[in-house]
Write a protein that binds this ligand. Structure first.
Ligand SMILES: [Zn+2]
Length: 336
């Protein structure tokens, strides 16, 4: 019996030590120490032995069992360590993972730039609510009740009779109600119109509005301001032109254009061959608007102008589809 135990010990240790695989090692554990294992059989049959044999066999079998479990445990540990080591391998030369840093949307960047240029000319920024009343959006701006821009086809009216502002001009009224001249502000912000989205229209867009009121303000001041603005934004060679137009809140009114920066005014796809890019409207503040805010139109004069931020961004960056600004495709946005 003792010889058999010694044999089991030798073969078990030999097999365990030459084992290089965890599954195989588990099989060996079952073979030697399992419920039907060779050593377990012997331990179970000790009761049947004579009283003289029993202590020596019991002692040796116990010792061998302990030894086998110890070697199994050691080999298990070393195999596990080997298996994990590729993941724990640490390459100190590998470049680190940089967090991706966010930045401002291209339209926000452009608004910041526009604001900075007007700051330099003494304008301060004024803001107003996106949800406006008909009074501030139309009535105070001398827009008659039957004017087409007030139509529900063009304006988003809310259930309570208020509306989403169609331009940032209501901010002019709100500022003039609170402040006596001189007033020199620009009002950047979101505007809303019921336009069907396409390459050049969006129901939500951004405007920057400007207003200057003082004594002896003239149309020449307006043009000079817009020329300085255009040249600071797009370069010294840019020219500005006025075309006669009509707006309810200015008199006289003009539309103002930049000379096309893509072709230098010769005519190209961007300017549809005209050499000019339409920016927006401007003009001298209508006396009726001054009346609405309690300014003396005999004493004060002023100019106002607007500009579409998306429009300028499309010209400045040569973009032909306004929808790109709202899709938030990182491949587009990250170029700015
Ligand atoms: Zn052009």
């Amino acid at each position: 019996m003792l010889d058999k135990i010694a044999q089991i010990k030798d073969s078990a240790i030999r097999q365990i030590e030459s084992c290089s695989d965890i599954d195989q090692l588990n099989q060996l554990k079952v073979k030697y120490l399992g419920r039907k294992g060779e050593l377990t059989d012997i331990l179970r049959s000790i009761g049947k032995l004579s009283a003289q044999e029993r202590p020596a066999v019991g002692k040796l079998a116990g010792e061998v069992k302990a030894l086998i479990s110890q070697r199994l445990q050691e080999i298990f540990s070393s195999l596990e360590a080997k298996q994990q080591s590729p993941q724990e391998f640490f390459d100190i030369t590998m470049p680190g993972r940089r967090p991706s840093v966010g930045k401002k949307h291209p339209l926000t960047q452009l608004i910041d730039e526009i604001v900075k240029i007007f700051h330099g000319m003494g304008f301060s920024v004024a803001e107003g609510p996106d949800v406006e009343t008909e009074y501030y959006n139309f009535d105070a701006l001398n827009t008659p009740a039957d004017h087409p821009s007030r139509d529900i086809q063009d304006t988003f009216y809310l259930e309570n009779g208020e509306l989403l502002r169609t331009h940032t001009s209501p901010v002019q009224i709100r500022v003039m109600e609170k402040q006596r001249p001189p007033v020199r502000i620009i009002a950047p912000g979101k505007c809303y119109r019921r336009d069907t989205p396409d390459a050049t229209h969006s129901p939500n867009f951004h405007h920057v509005e400007g207003l200057y009121v003082d004594t002896d303000v003239t149309m020449a001041d307006l043009k000079g301001t817009l020329v300085v603005f255009a040249q600071q934004l797009l370069g010294k060679e840019v020219r500005v032109r006025f075309r006669p137009h009509f707006f309810p809140f200015t008199e006289p009114s003009v539309e103002w254009d930049f000379s096309c920066t893509a072709c230098g005014g010769k005519g190209c796809n961007l300017c549809k061959g005209t050499g000019w890019i339409e920016i927006s409207g401007a003009g001298m503040v209508d006396p009726a608007v001054f009346e609405a805010v309690g300014y003396d139109s005999e004493k004060y004069s002023g100019y106002a102008f607007g500009m579409g931020v998306e429009r300028i961004a499309m010209v400045k960056y040569g973009i032909n589809d306004i929808r790109l600004f709202y899709e938030n495709d990182l491949r587009f946005i990250q170029q700015f």
